[in-house]
Design a protein around this ligand. Structure first.
Ligand code: TZP
Ligand code: MG
Length: 217
């Protein structure tokens, strides 16, 4: 897909599942969109997550909100779900289905891959990844099996090694530190709790938007 358009989509990348919310997920997503998020990932996993038809129903509900506001809707891990509801893309990690197989299954849909080393980055690119998720950049309590904190250095390393594929940072990102992620060479920031658990998801998204756009002015 068009790289410039993809980079626009990745600027403020909001991720959420029902267990990341203290308020209604549809309300949070709508507020986040009004605040300026540019892409949404449905990530229904971990303790007390929805399964089966309940997961499917929430996916459809959130997807229809994204469609109304023309925000791309990406599904984490669950390729069957993504295909069943014709999502705009999928995001997978290194422990999920083989990247090349996923690419073959999803055709032209957007494919994001989490990478933690230069070697993983090269093979994900070869297998057809459209963008990388790099993290955790800062400490986070949201992902129980997160790898050690990488800080900003891995983003800088990939850029130094002339990896030009779009990159989003993830993990512990908030309005105060988001600009550091952009300065390190990322195209966008991904956040869960900074928006999903904010008193005002609208305001949290708007503040993040302001910070991530600074370097483009
Ligand atoms: N992958 C690496 S860290 C993380 C994921 C899914 C969790 C990010 O959540 P938060 O709340 O934005 O720190
Ligand atoms: Mg995964």
């Amino acid at each position: 897909m068009n790289t410039l358009k993809l980079k626009e989509w990745l600027k403020l990348y909001f991720i959420m599942g029902s267990n990341n919310c203290t308020k209604n997920p549809a309300y949070i997503l709508t507020e986040a969109i009004k605040g300026g998020i540019t892409l949404f990932q449905f990530r229904e996993k971990g303790d007390h997550c929805l399964l089966g038809e309940h997961k499917y129903a929430l996916a459809r509900e959130l997807q229809s909100i994204c469609r109304e506001y023309k925000i791309p809707f990406i599904v984490n891990d669950d390729i069957d779900l993504a295909l069943a509801i014709q999502a705009d893309g999928v995001h997978i990690g290194q422990d999920d289905e083989d990247i090349q197989k996923v690419r073959n299954r999803i055709g032209n849909m957007l494919l994001g891959v989490s990478v933690h080393s230069y070697a993983e980055a090269l093979s994900a690119m070869d297998a057809g990844a459209d963008y990388f998720g790099l993290g955790p950049i800062f400490p986070t309590n949201t992902k129980k099996d997160a790898k050690p904190v990488q800080g900003l250095s891995f983003i800088q390393e990939l850029r130094r090694k002339r990896i030009h594929i779009p990159i989003v940072g993830i993990g512990g990102i908030n309005p105060q530190n988001a600009h550091l992620v952009m300065d390190a060479g990322a195209d966008g920031v991904s956040v869960i709790t900074a928006i999903s658990k904010a008193d005002s998801p609208y305001q949290a998204a708007a503040e993040l938007k302001l910070r991530t756009n600074l370097d483009y002015q």
